[in-house]
Ligand binder design. Structure first.
Ligand code: PLP
Length: 387
């Protein structure tokens, strides 16, 4: 039985530590932020043109609850072509970003008495989603020695009769880790054997480096996976609020009701622009260019960081983040360190503890920033650290 009304459950949500630091930084001058997890690119022109055209063509009305059929078809087609996964458009809902997709999964699947397994560290919204659904939270550590992948043996040990779902997110925010095929398969098998759902949040699927590949969980546990994905990062469309979820038949109907009556549908002309994003060659060329730029920035960041004392980097293979370990000899918590760096170097990084207890001793550095600013930021960090 639920203990709280929805308003009380919402009060359980924690203010993000990331925002607190941003607010402090906003009051200071000459600060460079390596904190933000948002592409600095503009949305590709072909997608913007499609939205303007859709407006002129009368896409100003309500849409079907699950989304415009053409977009749901384009999403299914994309999975078929990119990953050879057979997706039925009926199992797709267009959502307000991946955020809504994860919320729908938690709220429609979990009840008080159910447990959800959330990796530690993890992106900030899953724990808050779990609180709203009043599910029990089990954190499973991600370890550097295992390249920050979920260890299937540890997963099996963590599962109990109450476990209903596990959250996965590769390429990973905050570590930049990716998932290998063997682990994807193993976790898919565990989900089937133990009858649990996998909420797989994959908005960074295209940002991969050093020949890394993406293995979407929907391929390895098709009947158990709820996929959350988004146009936000892939096409630099964060403010458009366009994402989607793909879920098995027994789940999608409940999600659609919640989406329609509690949240509401994504703007119709934005959905039409989504069709162009997925189907037009030019938007994929723009993605390729963004990927190339991220790859160059990653190399630039790694080069600089290799010369900075007291920070040890986990070499990322995906997303646009670097997870760096603070030398324990400095005897500083992640928050102390991030605050010190803001004051001493005027650079914002995110304390690892924003993502869970295992993040203590780490910071997250985002390289979704222009090269000149990145260079300047790393020079400042270096000077401060040498001091
Ligand atoms: N999931 C992860 C792992 C993210 O990093 C983010 C944004 O930073 C989101 C979901 C939310 O993305 P969206 O803009 O699609 O809601």
């Amino acid at each position: 039985k639920r203990k709280y009304f929805l308003v009380d459950r919402i009060n359980l949500i924690q203010r993000s530590k990331i925002r607190e630091l941003f607010e402090k930084a906003r009051k200071m001058e000459n600060v460079i932020s390596l904190g933000i997890g948002e592409p600095d690119f503009d949305t590709p022109q072909v997608i913007k043109d499609a939205a303007k055209r859709a407006l002129d063509e009368g896409y100003t009305h309500y849409t079907p609850n699950a989304g415009i059929p053409e977009l749901r078809e384009a999403i299914a087609e994309y999975y078929r072509e990119f990953y050879q996964v057979d997706v039925d458009p009926n199992n797709v809902i267009v959502t307000a970003g991946a955020y809504e997709a994860t919320y729908l999964a938690f709220e429609s699947l979990l009840e008080p008495g159910d447990d959800v397994i959330i990796p530690d560290p993890a992106f900030v919204c899953y724990v808050e989603d779990a609180k709203i659904s009043e599910a029990g939270i089990l954190r499973i550590p991600l370890r550097e020695e295992n390249d920050f992948m979920i260890n299937p043996d540890e997963l099996v040990e963590t599962i109990t009769k109450r476990t209903r779902m596990i959250v996965m997110n590769y390429p990973n925010n905050p570590t930049g880790a990716i998932l290998d095929k063997k682990t994807a398969k193993a976790i898919g098998q565990i989900a089937e054997d133990y009858n649990i759902y996998v909420l797989s949040d994959e908005p960074y699927e295209h940002f991969l480096y050093d020949d890394a590949k993406h293995y979407p969980m929907i391929k390895y546990a098709p009947d158990n996976t709820i996929l959350a994905n988004s146009f936000s990062k892939t096409f630099a469309m964060t403010g458009w609020r366009l994402g989607f979820t793909i879920a098995p038949e027994q789940v999608i109907n409940g999600m659609t009701k919640l989406h329609a009556y509690i949240i509401g549908n994504v703007t119709s002309f934005v959905q039409m622009a989504g069709v162009t994003a997925l189907r037009d060659k030019r938007s994929w060329e723009a993605v390729e260019n963004m990927k190339k730029t991220y790859a160059e920035r990653r190399n630039l960041a790694l080069r600089h960081l290799s010369e900075i004392p007291h920070l040890k980097v986990f070499k990322p293979k995906g997303a646009f983040y670097i997870w760096a370990k603070i030398d324990p000899e400095l005897n500083m918590t992640s928050e102390d360190f991030a605050n010190w760096l803001l004051e001493e170097a005027r650079v914002v990084v995110i304390p690892g503890t924003a993502f869970g207890k295992q993040g203590e001793g780490w910071i997250r550095i985002s390289y979704a920033t222009k090269e000149e600013l990145l260079t300047e930021a790393f020079e400042r960090i270096k000077r401060a650290m040498e001091k």
